[in-house]
Design a protein around this ligand. Structure first.
Ligand SMILES: [Zn+2]
Length: 416
C-alpha cells in the first residue's frame, strides 16, 4: 500500500483490490452544449475497487460535489414507470406505518417532488431535502415543501432544531451517490422519531455482478451496495435493518427498512433472512468473489464493438435510445463515437439539442428515429427495455430491430 492508495469511504482501510478498472472518462451526467464542444472535456479515472476490510465496492470521489450537482439535467418525473413506482411506495408505506395528518414524511434528495407529492395528495405533511436549487423550485411549485440542502449530520441537526421529526424518511437511490457515507448516514438517527422508519433503495450489487451491469458504474455513483455492507454501515450509526424487499428497478434493487437499534415495535420481516441467504449463497462475504468481474466486462465491450463495426461495414445504421448515465459509461468505456452511432434520442427536453459527454453523440427527440429509420436501435437504459420497445414499435415498419449490449449482445425484434 503506497501513500497514494485511496481509502475506503466507509471504514478508512486502504483500497488495494480492483473490482473493475474502466479507465479515464468524462462525467456521465455532464451533457455538452454546442458551444462546449470547442472546449476540452475533463476526464477522470473510473476505477471501482472492493475494500478487503468491509467489502464495500466503491469508486473514489474525484470530482467536487458542486460540479456534479450544478445544472443537473435529470428530473425524475420523465420516466412513467418511475412515477408509478413512487406512487406505489407512498400508498404501501402510508398503510403499513399508519401515516396521517399528524405524521411527517421526509425525503432526502427529493428531486422535483415526484415521490412526496403522493403523500401531499393523501394529506400527509412532507419535507423534501434537495441540493439542486433549480430542481427544488420545481418541487415547491407543485406544493412539495422543500429545503435546499445537502443532507448530512449538520442539516439534520438544523432541521431538528426547527422542530422537525420524521415518522418516515425515504432515501431512494441516494445512498450510493454520497461521497461521505458516515456524514450522510449519521443524519438519519438525528431526524428520525424514536419509532420512525427509514427506507433506503439502491441497486443491488448482487445483480450488478450477476448481470454484468458495469454501465451502472460512473463517477457520481460512489458505492455499489450489498445488504451485508449496508447492515454494517447502519449498525455503525445506531440503526438496524428489519425488513428488505427486492425490486425490479434499476436492474434489481433492494429496499431496506431500518429503525433505531433500540426500537421496540419493528420486528424482523421475512425479506431480511431471504436476501441475507442469497448474498451468502453468492459468497459476497468473501473477497475472492469479487475477482473475475473485469474479464466479463471486457467481453461485453468486445461484442458491442464487433457488432457496431460489422454493421457499419455492411452499410447498416445504428441509432441509440436513452441519453442516460449508464449509456455514457458503456459508450465511453468502449470508445464508441458518432462514426459508429451518429445519433441518440431521449424524451428529456433538457438533453435534446445537446451532446453526450465523451462520445459527443448528438441528442434528439424520439421522433428523430422515424425520420432517420435506422436498421438498429441500441437501447442504452436496458432496465427500461420493454417500455422503450413498446414506444418505438414502429421501427418494425422499415425492418428495424432493437439491440441491447448487457449482459451480452442481443438483437431483438420489435414487438408485434
Ligand atoms: Zn472498508
Amino acid at each position: 500500500m503506497s501513500a497514494d492508495t485511496p481509502l475506503c469511504h466507509f471504514c478508512g482501510a486502504g483500497l488495494t483490490d480492483t473490482f473493475v478498472d474502466l479507465g479515464r472518462m468524462a462525467l456521465a451526467n455532464s451533457y455538452r452544449s454546442e458551444a462546449d464542444l470547442a472546449k476540452p472535456e475533463p476526464e477522470y479515472p473510473l476505477h471501482a475497487r472492493v475494500c478487503r476490510s468491509c467489502l464495500l465496492v466503491q469508486v473514489e470521489s474525484v470530482v467536487p460535489a458542486e460540479e456534479i450537482f450544478s445544472d443537473y439535467a435529470y428530473f425524475s418525473s420523465y420516466s412513467e414507470s418511475w412515477v408509478a413506482h413512487a406512487r406505489a411506495y407512498a400508498q404501501t408505506t402510508a398503510r403499513r406505518f399508519n401515516l396521517g395528518p399528524e405524521s411527517l414524511v421526509a425525503e432526502v434528495a427529493s428531486n422535483d417532488g415526484y415521490l412526496l407529492k403522493h403523500f401531499v395528495d393523501a394529506g400527509i405533511p412532507v419535507l423534501g431535502i434537495e441540493p439542486a436549487a433549480n430542481v427544488a423550485k420545481v418541487a415547491e411549485e407543485s406544493g412539495v415543501r422543500t429545503e435546499v440542502a445537502f443532507f448530512n449530520r449538520d442539516t439534520a441537526r438544523r432541521l431538528k432544531e426547527q422542530e422537525y421529526a420524521a415518522d418516515l424518511m425515504a432515501a431512494n437511490n441516494v445512498l450510493a451517490h454520497v461521497p461521505d457515507l458516515n456524514v450522510f448516514v449519521g443524519g438519519f438517527p438525528i431526524l428520525l422519531k424514536p419509532e420512525g422508519v427509514v427506507t433506503f433503495e439502491f441497486p443491488h450489487l448482487l445483480n450488478l455482478i450477476n448481470e454484468v451491469q458495469f454501465d451502472t458504474i460512473y463517477h457520481e455513483h460512489y458505492s455499489y451496495l450489498s445488504l451485508l455492507v449496508v447492515e454494517k454501515i447502519l449498525a455503525a450509526h445506531g440503526m438496524r435493518v428489519f425488513d428488505v424487499e427486492e425490486l425490479p428497478t434499476h436492474g434489481g434493487s433492494l429496499r431496506v427498512y431500518a429503525c433505531h437499534n433500540d426500537s421496540e415495535t419493528h420486528r424482523d420481516g421475512p425479506g431480511l433472512a431471504a436476501v441475507r441467504a442469497k448474498e451468502s449463497a453468492a459468497a459476497l462475504d468473501r473477497l475472492d468473489s469479487y475477482a473475475g468481474f473485469e474479464p466479463r466486462v471486457i467481453a461485453v465491450r468486445e461484442a458491442l464493438l464487433e457488432f457496431l463495426r460489422t454493421s457499419k461495414a455492411a452499410g447498416k445504421t445504428v441509432a441509440a435510445y436513452g441519453a442516460a448515465a449508464k449509456g455514457n459509461t458503456l459508450l465511453n468505456y468502449c470508445g464508441v463515437k458518432a462514426d459508429l452511432i451518429p445519433l441518440v434520442v431521449d424524451r428529456s427536453l433538457a438533453k435534446q439539442g445537446r451532446y453526450l459527454p465523451g462520445s459527443r453523440i448528438p441528442i434528439f427527440g424520439p421522433e428523430k428515429i422515424a425520420e432517420a429509420k435506422p436498421d438498429y436501435v441500441l437501447i442504452l437504459p436496458w432496465n427500461l427495455r420493454d417500455e422503450i420497445m413498446a414506444e418505438m414499435a414502429h421501427v418494425a415498419s422499415w425492418g428495424g430491430k432493437f439491440v441491447t449490449a448487457i449482459p451480452d449482445l442481443r438483437i431483438l425484434d420489435a414487438p408485434a
